[in-house]
Design a binder for this molecule. Structure first.
Ligand code: SF4
Length: 409
């Protein structure tokens, strides 16, 4: 698990900036075309592993926005060159990353990490729901500045094919900004698939249909949470009256706009009792959705406060989970299980199992020492604690693991 921020000594920074970190080799071979969109040399920050082995005359003369000196003597540079040195954790910022700096802080934030499975355009801290298990409780603030930051970030990311997430808070609250970001992503990085996480409520406005059709992004998926087959259950989980009706209308509008849709169900004490009915509801009413993700809970944010209401040991719902997965599968629907430790899963569920936890918040715990399954297992969220631990956690032997892997073939 690698953090997404660390502290540096920063010199010559007079305004907030985003930089693409680049090696000398990459600079010589690709120049600004290592960025997906519009970038100049001033947007590049040269990554210098060891300043002592580079030509001290060359460094300051390069026409770049800045230098990151991981190790070695600081070169003399002119006032216009931003200088980063003495990282608290030298592993956090690597070549290819896009970082954000501010003159008011020593903290450097990694907004884009080359090769990560979890790069995210964060849209807002605001939300129009207040889910009992929200991992990032909403804040009532005006943070539209994220739109500009994300538009600029898109210019500096790698142009290669990979997935980018768009999340919040609720991204649809900034509709124009969200549409501008999707449009720009399509123009400059069409090979990247986009995955927008939204509660779908504002998508109940039919005006979205024409706009999404017009946008026609080739690889855009909407992940929409649905926590029950009744308004009573769903509205309670998201703590918003009327949300079920809005979300269902939102899902239909996405369907009308020809969008790819994923339904997300967080498995907890309140959703498990009617999980089979919810699977039935999805099959009957939304056969057009592309994917259904049944997900373990992330034990942070409001989930911590609501532990007693939400916690159920995954060991105790394996039969229910199994019946929901198989019900959907035999009807041709695409189902996955996310965010559960492998050793609590029924081996027959292995075909649905995914290593889903983002690489920057995934960890293994003491019980995992000596387990044969670490390469298959999703592990735990970094927020994991004892009271969220299943009594089924145990290292899998090679023999046990073979029961799982056999069911994949
Ligand atoms: S013990 Fe093995 S299977 Fe269980 S959570 Fe740890 S790594 Fe995963």
């Amino acid at each position: 698990m690698l953090r997404l921020d660390t502290q540096f000594e920063i010199r010559n920074l007079h305004a907030p900036r985003l930089f693409k970190v680049i090696t000398l080799d990459e600079l010589i071979t690709f120049g600004t075309s290592s960025c997906a969109g519009d970038a100049s040399f001033d947007d590049l920050l040269l990554y210098v592993e060891d300043a002592d082995i580079l030509d001290a005359q060359l460094l300051p003369s390069l026409p770049l926005g800045g230098l990151l000196i991981a190790k070695g003597e600081l070169p003399v540079v002119d006032e216009g060159t931003v200088l980063l040195s003495n990282p608290r954790d030298a592993e956090v910022v690597r070549p290819g990353d896009v970082i954000a700096l501010s003159p008011s802080s020593r903290m450097v934030r990694v907004l884009y990490r080359r090769g990560a499975n979890s790069n995210l355009l964060f849209m807002t801290d605001r939300c129009n729901s207040l889910c009992l298990m929200c991992s990032q409780p909403p804040k009532d603030i005006d943070d539209q500045w994220h739109i500009e930051e994300n538009l600029r970030l898109l210019d500096l990311i790698d142009p290669c094919a990979e997935q980018l997430g768009i999340s919040g808070g609720e991204p649809t609250l900034y509709k124009e900004g969200l549409l501008a970001i999707i449009d720009k992503a399509k123009r400059i990085a069409p090979a990247k698939s986009l995955h927008v996480l939204s509660n779908g409520r504002l998508l109940s406005d039919p005006a979205w249909i024409a706009e999404l059709k017009h946008m026609n992004h080739p690889a855009l998926t909407w992940g929409i949470p649905l926590y029950g087959d009744t308004a009573e259950d769903h509205d309670h989980l998201v703590q918003a009256e009327g949300a079920f009706s809005e979300t269902i209308r939102g899902i239909y509008n996405l369907g009308r706009a020809g969008q790819r849709i994923e339904i997300r169900v967080v498995l907890n004490q309140l959703t498990i009792p009617r999980l089979p009915q919810l699977a039935h509801f999805i099959f009957r009413n939304m056969p057009f959705v592309e994917h259904i993700a049944l997900m373990g809970i992330e034990s942070t944010g409001l989930a911590k406060k609501n532990h007693q209401t939400l916690w159920i040991d995954p060991l105790d719902y394996q039969d229910t989970l199994s019946s929901a997965c198989h019900f959907l599968e035999v009807r041709g629907m695409n189902v996955s299980i996310y965010n559960l430790p492998l050793c609590v899963l029924k081996p027959s569920l292995m075909p649905f199992y995914r290593r889903s936890i983002s690489d920057w918040k995934n960890l293994f715990i003491e019980e995992c020492d000596g387990c044969s399954a670490t390469e298959y297992c999703a592990g735990f969220f970094k927020s994991h604690s004892e009271r969220w631990k299943s009594r089924g956690i145990h290292p899998l032997s090679r023999d046990e693991l073979s029961h799982y892997t056999r069911s994949m073939s």
